[in-house]
Design a protein around this ligand. Structure first.
Ligand SMILES: *[C@@H]1O[C@H](CO)[C@@H](O)[C@H](O)[C@H]1NC(C)=O
Ligand SMILES: *[C@@H]1O[C@H](CO)[C@@H](O)[C@H](O)[C@H]1NC(C)=O
Ligand SMILES: *[C@@H]1O[C@H](CO)[C@@H](O)[C@H](O)[C@H]1NC(C)=O
Ligand SMILES: *[C@@H]1O[C@H](CO)[C@@H](O)[C@H](O)[C@H]1NC(C)=O
Ligand SMILES: *[C@@H]1O[C@H](CO)[C@@H](O)[C@H](O)[C@H]1NC(C)=O
Ligand SMILES: *[C@@H]1O[C@H](CO)[C@@H](O)[C@H](O)[C@H]1NC(C)=O
Length: 769
């Protein structure tokens, strides 16, 4: 009943959310686009390129795939050459056992490589699922071969290739978070390898919930702690429905386990809740990946990618939140929670706290009292709040699976953090965090078929990203600035890696050069080309070259047949631009029809002859991106070959009526949609008492058109794109869901009563209906 109520609530909210504007990638490069060339590697018969290890000199990439370990030479960007291949398959007996345990012979009973770390200069340590019987081994790098001795990988490597896991090598010791059993209900954080005794979490004391799923582990260079990021069902809330929370856990590197109490167990394990939320959305409570960006003086920023357990719409939205190390440490140095035996509720612990503080890295192994306290006080009372109150970025209808953050400088020396986000449908988003909010610079389609980005690794020496997926490995350069061919385009992109060099008159990569960049032009913060580029173009050429590859600055001349439909296309140079058509003055506006994709449709008449231009305007910069001259179908003053025709609309045989009816139907559909939208948003405004104003669905507004001031010698038709609101950020028009949001985010005990009751009544109403 509860779940039903919640679904009802979602469905009530959904239409409103869809009316909200979204952050859009400014440019999209489809797969195979010559403007964003990706180097790819794949080996026949090898799948699931899941695990990466880059050699210290970044010249070799080791890839752990299914039943296979590959060594790729990557010392020159743009090339990936296979230099070694090891087959590491489960014995037939193991496979049989796996099949016997009802696992699939075709998809699961393989050795999926999960861990690859360098133990010394000559050997790697590797682990794989080994047909649901995890195993580890060494690889000799001298001849790139597997050292025969197998070791049990239980506790380090998952059994099931679907299980989430994380690992990190710190000072020669391997810290892992994974499932410790076949069933997948015993999570474990352990430390192995090295010379010290094995340490692990205590399963009996339930330091981790049975469904904990690990997504990342980090150690800041020089820091004494190792952090783990995971999601699990929260037990501290009396919430009727299963409530997932995101967590950060901490252990100390110098932990050696207890002497009498907590033998071979962590004595420093603490965990805390991470929060990421935005008014108007359900809390983003499920973490998917995390990345740490070390900062000067031992500081660090932790980035996390979050979705919500209560998703709106088919795909739901993703948020990126950033946490300071200081905020995390503050919670770990704050109050503990403890389970009240009588009420079975988690309460704030207000009793005495020993010194040195339990769980801190200065507690010895023999302080029994402190260690006994640690057994039941592993959950912190406080929650870690993001650095900025709002998420850095919220993207609707998108699920990010991976994040990498890279710090760079613009030409004036301002530091920018650039986020690379892999999606579950195989796209890569590059976003910069500016003072005014996040801006998605570009979107690259990585694979032919939609599938999640499995791994994303940044190579700082080479300025390259490696992407792992089910069929291979890709190399993605950070930017290709030469796609921006004018000063204005270069500035509008807001790409910190690209700036306009006035001397070479080209948009250039700032990192690839050690030239003096003091007079290069760039505006990452606002992307306003205005005065900057005007000054740059200086004497002579004021208008930059065309925006796209189709040579749109060239005039296309058409000589249509009387009464035929003429389709004039307009390229989308930026998803954030507004598009406008200018057309001949004598033209009756009712004869114009603009389609979803900015295409202008006209019926060829004597009055329709003349000049048509599609203008893109963005941040005060306006430019024609398509230019047509349409001839008079009766006079035939222009008799050249027609260009830019749409799909077979030309033809003498078509009757006037077909065209007329088409246009009439299109027009009435448009009107109907516009009216429906208007009525709909009015309705919602009444209902939600919120500022939905100015929001609109992309489908509807793209078709709607309105007349604007006449240009000299012509008139203009403005397309109200869905784009113009993009920069404002989603909160600009989202319904305030304050009540629900605060309740879920509020303290444990209030949560059930307020949200729960409301929903029960809704549920009841639904049942009666
Ligand atoms: C960069 O863009 C230019 C211009 O579109 C193109 O010719 C070139 O191949 C691209 N290079 C890469 C590496 O994508
Ligand atoms: C698994 O499938 C392979 C062929 O795909 C077959 O040769 C093998 O006998 C199967 N193993 C078991 C245990 O069914
Ligand atoms: C590196 O580690 C492997 C595996 O533990 C070991 O066999 C080898 O002797 C080590 N080599 C050196 C140089 O320490
Ligand atoms: C690889 O080299 C190691 C020692 O460096 C040696 O023990 C091993 O037999 C070699 N393996 C192969 C397949 O040549
Ligand atoms: C770069 O050039 C500007 C003038 O063009 C000059 O003032 C500045 O000192 C130069 N900087 C370096 C590091 O050479
Ligand atoms: C697009 O047009 C609207 C209204 O005409 C304007 O408010 C908005 O700033 C424009 N967007 C851009 C990117 O120029």
């Amino acid at each position: 009943m509860h779940g039903q109520a919640l679904r009802l609530l979602c469905s009530l909210l959904m239409p409103v959310t869809f009316l909200c504007t979204d952050l859009l990638p400014r440019v999209t490069f489809p797969r195979g686009d010559s403007r964003r060339i990706l180097t790819s590697f794949s080996q026949d018969g090898v799948f699931n390129y899941d695990t990466f290890l880059l050699s210290e000199d970044e010249g070799t990439l080791y890839v752990g795939a299914r039943d296979t370990i590959l060594s790729l030479r990557v010392d020159s960007p743009g090339s990936m050459e296979l230099t070694g291949l090891i087959k590491w398959q489960p014995f037939p007996g193991k496979k049989q056992e796996c099949v016997f345990k009802k696992k699939s012979n075709l998809t699961e009973c393989f050795n999926f490589l999960r861990i690859m770390v360098p133990v010394n200069k000559t050997h790697l340590y590797v682990c794989g699922t080994y047909a649901f019987s995890p195993d580890c081994s060494y690889i000799s790098l001298q001849n790139f071969s597997l050292v025969p001795a197998l070791q049990d990988g239980k506790g380090q490597c998952p059994f099931d290739p679907q299980h989430k896991h994380t690992y990190i090598l710190v000072d020669g010791e391997l810290y892992t978070g994974t499932m410790n059993n076949f069933q997948g209900n015993e999570p474990i954080i352990s430390r192995t390898l090295g010379s010290r005794a094995l340490l692990k979490t205590d399963a009996f004391l339930r330091w981790l919930n049975v469904d904990a799923g690990f997504v990342a582990s980090v150690n800041i260079p020089g820091d004494e702690k190792v952090y783990f990021f995971f999601e699990e069902t929260a037990e501290e809330f009396d919430f009727l429905e299963k409530l997932t929370v995101s967590r950060v856990a901490r252990v100390c590197k110098n932990d050696v386990g207890g002497e009498k109490v907590l033998q071979k167990k962590w004595t420093t394990f603490l965990k805390a809740q991470l929060t990421c939320s935005q008014p108007g959305h359900f809390p983003f409570n499920v973490i998917h990946h995390a990345f740490v960006l070390p900062q000067p003086e031992g500081d660090a920023i932790f980035y996390g990618v979050f979705t919500s357990q209560w998703q709106m719409g088919e795909v739901g939205s993703t948020a990126v939140c950033a946490f300071s190390r200081e905020a995390i440490e503050r919670v770990f140095n704050g109050k503990y929670k403890e389970l009240n035996k009588e009420s079975s509720r988690w309460m704030t612990y207000n009793g005495d706290v020993a010194s040195p503080r339990p769980g801190s890295c200065s507690v010895g192994s023999s302080v029994d009292k402190t260690l006994t306290f640690m057994k039941n006080h592993f959950l912190m009372d406080g929650k870690v709040e993001p650095m900025t109150k709002q998420p850095l970025l919220v993207k609707q209808n998108e699920k990010y699976t991976r994040i990498v953050v890279h710090q760079t400088q613009d030409v004036s020396g301002t530091v920018y953090n650039v986020m690379f986000l892999g999606t579950d449908r195989g796209f890569l988003h590059k976003a910069v965090v500016a003072a005014s909010g996040a801006h998605i610079i570009e979107e690259i389609q990585l694979f032919k078929d939609p599938e999640p980005v499995q791994n994303l690794l940044f190579s700082p020496e080479k300025d390259i990203l490696y992407v792992g997926h089910s069929k291979g490995v890709l190399q993605v350069p950070l930017a290709n600035c030469s796609v921006y061919r004018s000063c204005a385009e270069c500035i509008l992109a807001r790409d910190p890696y690209c700036a306009w060099d006035r001397h070479s008159r080209s948009c250039q990569e700032t990192r690839a050069t050690n030239k003096n960049m003091s007079d290069w032009l760039q505006d990452v913060e606002k992307g306003l080309p205005g005065a900057m580029c005007h000054q740059a173009s200086g004497r002579g050429r004021a208008t930059p070259r065309s925006w796209d590859d189709s040579g749109s600055s060239l005039v296309k001349t058409l000589s249509p047949v009387l009464n035929s439909l003429v389709r004039l296309t307009c390229p989308q140079v930026s998803a954030l631009a507004n598009y406008t058509w200018s057309y001949p003055e004598q033209m009756p506006p009712a004869w114009l029809m603009v389609l979803d994709d900015r295409t202008l449709v006209i019926i060829a008449q004597p009055q329709t002859a003349g000049e048509y231009k599609c203008w893109a305007s963005e941040n005060g910069h306006r430019q024609a991106v398509a230019h047509y001259v349409v001839g008079d179908p009766t006079g035939g003053d222009i008799a050249e070959e027609g260009l830019g025709w749409g799909t077979g609309m030309q033809g003498k045989h078509r009757s006037y009526w077909t065209q007329f009816v088409t246009v009439t139907v299109l027009l009435s559909v448009t009107l109907a949609v516009v009216m429906a939208i208007a009525a709909f948003s009015y309705h919602d405004r009444l209902k939600a008492k919120s500022k939905v104003q100015g929001c609109s669905t992309p489908e509807a507004t793209k078709v709607s058109s309105q007349e604007k001031v006449p240009l000299k010698g012509g008139r203009e038709l403005q397309l109200q794109g869905p784009f113009q609101e993009g920069a404002k950020g989603p909160e600009a028009c989202c319904v305030q869901l304050e009540g629900v949001y605060q309740n879920i985010d509020a303290d444990n005990n209030t949560l059930n009563s307020s949200l729960g009751t409301g929903e029960h009544s809704q549920g009841a109403a639904l049942d009666k209906a």
